[in-house]
Design a protein around this ligand. Structure first.
Ligand code: TYC
Length: 99
């Protein structure tokens, strides 16, 4: 049975869902298709078919959705992409947008 105490507790413990952020890869003229597929598999946990589909979508439409995450996870994915790209001499870029 709800009491005055229960109502006050509910107001104080109101929970908000964390905001979610879409992470996109951007097209460029220099990064190899195989490298982008590899990034989609290793960083974004896509299977080969899905990774190839997303890579071709980016290649044709200039950007493609790779996943939706909380802010810190999105930021980590972007850092991982930029580090792997830099280590391999590619200019591949990832960006995030609030959902
Ligand atoms: N456009 C690149 C090429 O022709 C391939 C590519 C796809 C690059 C997706 C970046 O996010 C990207 N080699």
């Amino acid at each position: 049975m709800a009491t005055k105490f229960d109502v006050e507790l509910d107001e104080k413990t109101k929970l908000e869902f964390p905001k979610r952020y879409k992470v996109f890869l951007l097209n460029d003229d220099y990064t190899s298709m195989d490298f982008v597929v590899d990034i989609l598999i290793k960083v974004f946990h896509k299977n080969y078919e899905e990774a190839e589909r997303i890579m071709l979508e980016i290649h044709k439409k200039d950007k493609g959705l790779c996943g939706v995450y909380t802010y810190e996870i999105a930021e980590t994915k972007i850092s991982q992409v930029h580090k792997k790209a830099k280590d391999n001499g590619y200019p591949l870029k990832a960006v995030m947008e609030e959902e």
